[in-house]
Design a protein around this ligand. Sequence first.
Ligand code: ARG
Length: 445
Amino acid sequence: MSTLLRDYGESVSFDWRLYRHDIRGSIAHARALMKAGFLTTSEFQAIEAGLLAIGEEIAAGKFTLSVDLEDIHMNIEKELTNRIGDAGAKLHTARSRNDQVATDIRLYLRDEIMALQQGVRGLQQALVGLASANESVLMPGYTHLQRAQPVPLAHHLLAYVEMLERDHGRLADTAARMDELPLGSGALAASTLLLDREEIAKELGFSRVTQNSLDGVSDRDFALELLSALAIVGMHLSRLSEDVVLWTTTEFGFARLSDRHSTGSSLMPQKKNPDIAELTRGKTGRLYGNLFRLLTVLKGLPMAYNRDLQEDKEAVFDSIDTARMALAVTAEMMCALVINNEAATAAASDPALLATDLADELVRKDIPFRKAHDIVGKLAAESAKTGVPLDKLPEPLIREVCPELIGQWEALFDPIRSLKARSAVGGPSLENVSRRLAHWQKIFG
Ligand code: ARG
């Protein structure tokens, strides 16, 4: 083989990560070979002991991997054969690297998905903690990044907890659909040497076996589903990061980052930069990129296995590493975030945020909503023009435009009162938020 092809085609420099799962898969395969009469008991035992020893050496960093052997699968098998001879050379009976790789990745991803789900839980826990510690803090809710209506800060944080709950569910869905054993598909057309696939599946913890050998070796939908779920995780983390970037500006001032989770400027001594949030926002590009990378790899492949499929791994590994780190570091940053109650509450107390409440009050006095909206719109325009806050507009003007509200005008500008009325399921009343918080606290303790 040309040295260039060797270096171009090797995957062991990255697929070494599959070694534990490769060894588990090979032991299960060897046991099935023994049960089918293709290996003696002592050959099986030699294979099992040899593979376990190799696994320990790889884990201890004492194993030299060679690019001459393309991938982790060939490295392990070759070394086993060097050590135990003919029994090792029998391991690949009724198996192809195609169904072997497809099996190993699934085993690997199953573990990684559980770790990712824990990462999601960790961030949810951090957000619930921050929300509980600041349960009474109000802030303006925004649309179009314009101040809209007051909401409890906890409501804002718990929105992310809901988003992360869906992320957790998407990861679970991915794991459930991926839960089938492709081993036994062979290179593409299974094998003339029959093994008990159901038994192998049971030993490896798969619920089912794949039903089409061509699909078994060439399907990477599960990897796409994971990349897609992680792209959405990234989008959520990026939105949260953007909120943190805004909240920690002097202009907003709703929150302050801990020193451990921000950086200074080499030039400007006053700076405290939200690097974690910015990096997470930036790294979301990778998570999207990896999804498109694999979608593109897969789109033109003729049935069944093609070497292009080797390109699945780096995309998946990179997204897993990126998402895991991003979840962990964001959780740490959110745990240490200090909320500035005064600044947030002061911003939430802007009387203009209660303009809708005025219109609602007019509706209660039987004025059609569109008309009520017009009336309050006039007052808001007047306030904007004169610079007099809405709640301080002169009484004669109010008497002229909406006499219905005379007498209760000032009282209408209390954000707590406004929130109390927003008690529909999912609404931001303090009672609702506290109930939802209790729901999450029960889960995350
Ligand atoms: N290293 C390859 C991969 O990771 C395995 C190749 C197996 N099949 C083959 N026909 N070359 O996908």
